[in-house]
Design a binder for this molecule. Structure first.
Ligand code: 5GP
Ligand code: MN
Length: 353
């Protein structure tokens, strides 16, 4: 039995919306991760088991290293197939916004979603959900959207419909959003859910191997290079910075997903409490921050890098050159020194957002 954390009325409303709908479109955020792709496909496959028409639409192509997730090859990426994505959204009588809290997280797909006239439901675990859905089921206390999804299915008595493939999808999201249960993972009920998923047939060792311990040769060399040559440690700030330029990425034939988890690695150094990673993208610098304990990097990503996220895992997009991103980072270090290294105490006067 799982504790009833989710508001009962919202669960009933969701159940009603699902029962009344024939065609359901499931969307997730751009650059989708294991939780987004796992959660979206879990829900999609489950709705199909209920006899619904269901499709997953992503803003951009999901990274190739998530290809092992059941349903991956049936997803439609708006960036590659805009006409098909539009048709699937327009034909839907319910849109699920899964694992994201605002329309800015779906990039070029945001207008399409905003203009869609059918009902929309958010199922998410990020802080500060925007109010753009008819029903919002948002629980930042959940370690992953997949955990939230499992709990929803449990309370609505749909767990019978969870087969092995759906269980694999859910397990993948729970595992990847907790770094294979290495952070945010002390809640005992997590393991009740894992036990149920293993009972459904999940081979958790296989998923660990595919999701976390598989790498192309290029990716492994890029990781080694980034750590050996590009990581700067600032012990006085308990900080580290890794910068990968366009040339670095080209040299190792970078593929989307190749730097997933790179931002976490410096946290293994006892002197590093928060880690920052900048990656050159077309027209902007992708920022990732990770931290331990109560050092809240989402505050820093929001204030300095046009982003947000969770206290210990956040990101953003810096619209400027890499040199300017590095200057902004140095400014951030200065500001933190003046604020006793407490993100909450940074002088708001330097806040431009
Ligand atoms: P990552 O560093 O893996 O891209 O993102 C880590 C977390 O930071 C994500 O789960 C998401 O919550 C948040 N995040 C990443 N990029 C952005 C962004 O551009 N805007 C906002 N608001 N959050 C982001
Ligand atoms: Mn997530």
């Amino acid at each position: 039995m799982l504790e009833q954390i989710i508001d009962h009325n919202r669960l009933l409303k969701l159940d009603k919306l699902i029962k009344e709908s024939r065609n359901i479109a499931i969307t997730c955020h751009m650059a989708p991760d294991g939780d987004a792709v796992g959660g979206a496909n879990a829900l999609c496959l489950l709705l199909r088991n209920m006899g619904k028409v269901a499709n997953v639409i992503t803003p951009d192509q999901a990274p190739y290293d998530l290809e092992f997730i059941p349903g991956y090859n049936q997803m439609t990426a708006y960036s590659r197939h805009p006409m098909k994505a539009k048709r699937l959204i327009n034909e839907a009588d319910l849109i699920v916004c899964l694992d994201y809290n605002g329309l800015n997280r779906v990039a070029q797909m945001s207008t399409l979603l905003r203009d869609a006239t059918c009902k929309k439901v958010m199922i998410d675990h990020h802080l500060h959900p925007e109010d753009f859905c008819d029903l919002t089921i948002s629980y930042p206390v959940m370690t992953s959207t997949c955990e939230l999804l499992y709990r929803i299915l449990h309370h609505l008595n749909y767990t019978e419909l969870i087969d092995k493939t759906i269980a694999e999808c859910i397990y993948t999201g729970m595992m990847t959003d907790t770094g294979n249960f290495s952070y945010n993972s002390n809640h005992a009920e997590l393991y009740l859910i894992v036990a149920e998923l293993v009972r459904k047939g999940v081979d958790k060792d296989r998923i660990y191997k595919l999701a976390i311990n598989t790498s192309s040769e290029n990716r492994m060399r890029l990781t080694g290079y980034a750590l050996a040559e590009k990581m700067i440690v600032y012990p006085e700030h308990k900080a580290s910075l890794i910068v990968l330029t366009g040339d670095d990425l080209t040299r190792f034939n970078y593929q989307s997903g190749d730097t997933e988890m790179l931002a976490n690695k410096p946290l293994a150094i006892p002197e590093v409490v928060w880690s920052t990673f900048f990656r050159q993208e077309k027209g902007y610098v992708k920022v990732s921050m990770r931290s331990e304990g109560n050092f809240a990097v989402n505050i820093l990503c929001t204030r300095y890098f046009n982003g947000g996220g969770h206290a210990n895992a956040a990101g953003g997009e810096f619209r400027g050159t890499m040199d300017d991103a590095i200057k902004t980072y140095r400014q951030l270090l200065d500001d933190l020194s003046k604020a006793d290294n407490n993100p909450n105490k940074i002088n708001l006067q330097s806040d431009e957002n």
